[in-house]
Design a binder for this molecule. Structure first.
Ligand code: 5AD
Length: 432
């Protein structure tokens, strides 16, 4: 099983390396010091992360080559636009025309799209988003693994099932050796190339301890590491970067400051946004986004959320539906419909056709068992599999009934590969 295609180094360009994938050239930031022209590498998130022995790379490429072009063809068929489409209002046609010609839509135009009610028009927006995804990102779909290392949390976010509101939860905390062992299994046994380490906030690790694990994962396993520990200090941000972390997953949750303040006692939206900007400035790949359907949030807020994520230079958009969680102040609230969530994903693709990846979140899959397929067909091109040991997963209960909760890693992989193949997507990340 492989979640990245080996690329062959063609030439160097400043800090970048130009890599060939079946005749297509991509650029990846290079931090590997012993790389030469003709070597094979894996790239993830636009980073050259690992060198691979030529014979191993060539045998993987042989297997890939047979399916790669077939997959591309399937994807192309599925993402083709039906230009004959009728029954669309002139305004919708005009707005899509604008996006398809590379112009940005204004806030009120995006809001109009999100407010559409006509089923055919909504379907067309989703198709257009899929068309843009194919045009700019081709059929690559990244498959990251997430390890939930601790469910301890010091924050009292009103929606979150692992917040301090939940006194009925058994708390767990993996130690450094256990984190490494889980990462090792994900990389060595299941071939993951990028891992997200996630925990509640201020959950009891010290920075040195986590930096140690990150550096060991980077050094010994060669995986790209994303950190997702909530709001951390700038010093910690630096230390994790020095240890080798190159991505951060930190949602701003909502761009509406009033709503943010109501839901996060003692929190400050500006502080969170500043941290995301600081991470971007230091060179972290930024994965960010928010919760869709928080009580009190409007369509205007959601449009602003998408625009804010773009402004924050999102390499990956992580937007999921809010799902009411027991033992929290919002336990009696409601989620948005899967159909609305699909439109939000399409909207994000219209906001950022060319650069960021869009994740189909587990929360969306929890709302709708078909969400992964649906999401990938309306602009998304990324999924995350949960590689946390099963005994901990049910305790990482940010919301109830999480999809894939009890599936083993091989089962999740199998299901993902079958789906991606049926959609003509290659489970890979080809650099930029
Ligand atoms: N429903 C959906 N997502 C949630 N999160 C926290 N609580 C919920 C919920 N009830 C999300 C937050 C956080 C991420 C780790 O989990 O957006 O950033």
């Amino acid at each position: 099983m492989c979640y990245a295609i080996p690329g062959k180094v063609k030439r160097f360009q400043d800090k970048f390396v130009i890599v060939d994938y079946f005749g297509e050239e991509r650029r990846a930031y290079n931090e590997l010091d012993d790389l030469s022209i003709g070597d094979y590498i894996y790239a993830q998130g636009g980073y050259a992360i690992q060198k691979i022995a030529s014979d191993e790379a060539e045998s993987i490429l042989m297997t890939w080559k047979e399916t790669f072009f077939e997959l591309q063809e399937v994807d192309l068929q599925l993402s083709r636009m039906d230009l004959e489409s009728k029954d669309l209002s002139l305004r919708v046609v005009g707005l899509l025309d604008k996006v398809n010609h590379g112009f940005s839509l204004k806030t009120d135009e995006l809001e109009y799209i999100l407010g559409l009610e006509d089923e055919k028009e909504k379907e067309f927006i989703c198709k257009n988003a899929n068309f843009l995804r194919q045009k700019y990102h081709k059929n690559a779909c990244c498959v990251h693994g997430i390890i939930e290392i601790s469910n301890r949390c010091a924050r009292d976010c009103h929606y979150c099932g692992i917040s301090t509101f939940n006194n009925n939860l058994i708390r767990y905390h993996m130690d450094a050796d256990e984190i490494f062992a889980v990462a090792q299994k994900a990389v060595k046994e299941y071939s993951f190339k990028a891992l997200v380490l996630q925990s509640g906030e201020e959950c009891g690790y010290n920075t040195r301890e986590l930096a140690g694990v990150i550096s060991k994962i980077r050094r010994e396993l060669g995986a790209l590491v994303f950190i997702s520990f909530g709001e951390i200090s700038l010093e910690a941000l630096d230390q994790y970067y020095q240890a080798g972390a190159r991505g951060i997953l930190l949602r701003f949750e909502t761009s509406n400051e009033g709503l943010y303040n109501r839901l996060h006692p003692g929190g400050a939206l500006a502080r969170r946004i500043d941290l995301i900007r600081a991470a971007d400035k230091r060179g972290y790949l930024v994965a960010t986004g928010g919760l869709i359907g928080l009580p009190g949030a409007t369509a205007h807020d959601i449009v602003n959320d998408a625009l804010l994520a773009k402004e924050l230079n999102a390499e990956m958009y992580s937007f999921g539906p809010f799902i009411p969680s027991h033992d929290t102040p919002l336990s009696q609230s409601f989620s948005v419909s899967p159909d609305y969530m699909r439109m939000v994903i399409a909207l994000i693709r219209l906001v950022d056709p060319a650069k960021g990846k869009i994740l189909v979140t587990t929360a969306f899959e929890t709302l709708d068992p078909l969400a992964r397929r649906q999401g990938l067909l309306c602009g998304a091109n990324s999924v995350m599999l949960n590689v946390t040991p099963r005994r901990y997963r049910q305790l990482y209960s940010i919301y109830p009934g999480r999809a894939h909760q009890s599936q083993s890693i091989p089962e999740q992989i199998e299901e993902t590969i079958v789906l991606l193949k049926s959609l003509g997507r290659a489970p890979t990340d080809l650099g930029i």
